[in-house]
Write a protein that binds this ligand. Sequence first.
Ligand SMILES: Nc1nc2c(c(=O)[nH]1)N[C@H]1C(S)=C(S)[C@@H](COP(=O)(O)OP(=O)(O)OC[C@H]3O[C@@H](n4cnc5c(=O)[nH]c(N)nc54)[C@H](O)[C@@H]3O)O[C@H]1N2
Ligand SMILES: Nc1nc2c(c(=O)[nH]1)N[C@H]1C(S)=C(S)[C@@H](COP(=O)(O)OP(=O)(O)OC[C@H]3O[C@@H](n4cnc5c(=O)[nH]c(N)nc54)[C@H](O)[C@@H]3O)O[C@H]1N2
Ligand code: SF4
Ligand SMILES: [Mo]
Length: 722
Amino acid sequence: MRTAISFCRICSGNCGTLLTIDEDDRIASIRGDREHPLSQGYACSKGLEAGEMHRRPDRLLHPLKRGRDGSFERIDPDRALDEIAARMEAIIERDGPVAVASFFGTGGYNNAAVTEVLPAFMRAIESPSFFSAVTIDQSCMLVTAARMGAWHAGRQPWSTADVWMLFGTNPLVSLAASGGAPAFNPSKGFREARERGLKLVVVDPRRTETARYADLHLQIRPGGDAALAAGLLRMLLARGLEDRAFCDAHIHGLERLRAGVERFTPEHVERLAGIPARELEAAAELFAAGPRGCAGAATGVSMSPFSNVTHHLIECLNVVCGRYLREGEAIADPLVLTPREERRAEVVPPSRTWETGHKLRVRELGGLQSQMGHEMPSGALADEILLPGEGQIRALIVQGGNPATAIPDQRKITKALASLELLVSVEPFMGVTARMSHYVLPPTLMYERADFPLWFGLSRRQPCAFANYAEPVVAPPPGAQVLDDWYVYWALAKRMGRTLEIAGEPLEMDAAPSTEDVLRRMARGGEISVDDLRRHPHGRVFDVEPQLVQPAARGHAGRFDVLPDDVADELAAYEAAAGTPSPFGHRLTVRRMRHAINSYRPQAEASTSRGRRTYNPAYMSPEDLAALGLVDGDRVRLVSDAGEIVAVVAADPGVRPGVVSMAHGWGAGPEDDRAAEEAGSCTNLIISTDRDCEAVNAMPRMSAVPVTVVPAGDGSALGNFS
Ligand SMILES: Nc1nc2c(c(=O)[nH]1)N[C@H]1C(S)=C(S)[C@@H](COP(=O)(O)OP(=O)(O)OC[C@H]3O[C@@H](n4cnc5c(=O)[nH]c(N)nc54)[C@H](O)[C@@H]3O)O[C@H]1N2
Ligand SMILES: Nc1nc2c(c(=O)[nH]1)N[C@H]1C(S)=C(S)[C@@H](COP(=O)(O)OP(=O)(O)OC[C@H]3O[C@@H](n4cnc5c(=O)[nH]c(N)nc54)[C@H](O)[C@@H]3O)O[C@H]1N2
Ligand code: SF4
Ligand SMILES: [Mo]
């Protein structure tokens, strides 16, 4: 037995872990690492049981090729790469590089090297067809920054905040960092902040684990957030609670905003969002009192209808109250492994990235600029694949994703994927997308490879100047032919005679670099070297020179555009839609489950034996269940305007009546009629990408989806869809 120090890469928490490894190089047990400066011993069941993920009997250990009859056979890794490269080359030759696309999923993000190498591969083959989970996740944030502008120095941090308002996020389970809320050991982070006096407002139709820490929980009607944010803005502006000096210096269109939200009186907000006037007032007062703090949102907002205008208005709360770092203030998280970026007290003006650059043929949709490059909207991927003619996508490589389950309108996206000439999955398990792929290339798993945490090279995500490095601590299982994720793209580029560039410099293309070489290439020019970092296996908060916000550049004239025309139009359209009565009785809302990451359940084998749910229940309030004559465990049909699924209900007194709260990423695929109790139910079978999509980024309406709940009797012989 030996022990090893590492960190978990299943979700963005990146909790420090201590592994016990047996004589056969197998992970015997995992504990949370108390000496990890951020997670301080915290780890969830997924991380504690990740040893099982490495040795699950269904883990893929050899590359597979699908035959005509749909069955898979092993193929030598080099041969698989030769064949894939040759097919990509032929498609590029015939149809141009646009025909070769990639989809970067959640399983790719927690692997630092591939986040650089896959975009480098797309640049090397000159293909603009880059898609990722970002555009079906929280791309409203990118849209807001590109339409309103963004503050170059970033927001005020959690550590000095007096108030925080969270819209549609449950970091206690998701470890999502909404605008800077604690994403490392979140329960401790929230508890300690409360103890020092931080006031927390949580806006969520469900009494979540996070809402338990709230001073004020607004149990909003799903999809009501735009009305609430507009009502809050109206109240703040009417009472003169804005930061006048900041508004005068940095905002364009404040009077337009004031006029635009004028209609959102407390009565109107109550009608649209179900929030009583006294709660609206209490929230406005808490937020305005600050004086420091922030409003942040995540998937409950980004997936609801009119998500872009909603997020825009939420960010306006920060803008009008000037909740940003000013000249001379210290930045919480200076970068230590890469060169510091200057951060200035100025507005980065709106960029409207989708108006220039590559466009899809579908609705002429443009791209969004993320950390990984120019991203095309995944909500339109299926249509783009299915639309014949010049520019059609004919090959797709999926990096750690499961688009067949993750992208709404499952029937359409699976039809599109099935129509491709070449579909490749870099994927450790046989999920719905892998099963459809021509080639499946299984990767090493986290404890088998060197890595940085997810937030590598990204400032504004960590609470301090923290850095960490993981060594590979176990070997892949004996005989396994697994490849480090990034290597796949290097090997394809080499075969296609292309040179990859990282941080503006070419990567060695004659002989494959090691994973460590790639990571070293990413970490250049910082104050701390990888060698320094490796002397601190628990990770370290580096005592570096403080980084201060610099003054605005000379002559800088950027301003926040708080209510551009398209945002005003969306607000009017929102109001009209929200005020229209619906024939559907309930609203289906998104949520996360503790033991799953989207469609990925790392401890799948262990779940049944430990009594965890093997499906995604439809959580409803006990009153709603009683009214429908249902009890916990009954089957229902959930009917939307796009289809219907069978689901199994569970009572949750924390769910607002009228709401069906259900996780996505379940179900066996549209052609597989395993029961809802066995495989779960795929909510994306009843979500459309033909209507209710955002204009800019094609984000579908994935939460607050109108549904009717129909009791399915004793449900015998019902499949997971009908
Ligand atoms: N209706 C509805 N749809 C949604 C959402 C919703 O809330 N509701 N949420 C959306 C969101 S936020 C997201 S991010 C997307 C997720 O969309 P995807 O990222 O496409 O889906 P995941 O299920 O996260 O797929 C991750 C895959 O990575 C694999 N994997 C795990 N570890 C590794 C690794 O080390 N290497 C590689 N190569 N693969 C690995 C897993 O086996 C899994 O198949 O879904 C979106 N879709
Ligand atoms: N355990 C676990 N952790 C995860 C994941 C997982 O699947 N499981 N997925 C990861 C991924 S890919 C992502 S993107 C993040 C997401 O991280 P979060 O956005 O924090 O996700 P949730 O925990 O689902 O929180 C969303 C909340 O929004 C609420 N909500 C739904 N509709 C509305 C609405 O209309 N208005 C408001 N105000 N609230 C609404 C839901 O009730 C829910 O509590 O989590 C990541 N972490
Ligand atoms: S899955 Fe996320 S929260 Fe759980 S141990 Fe791993 S990093 Fe931490
Ligand atoms: Mo996500």
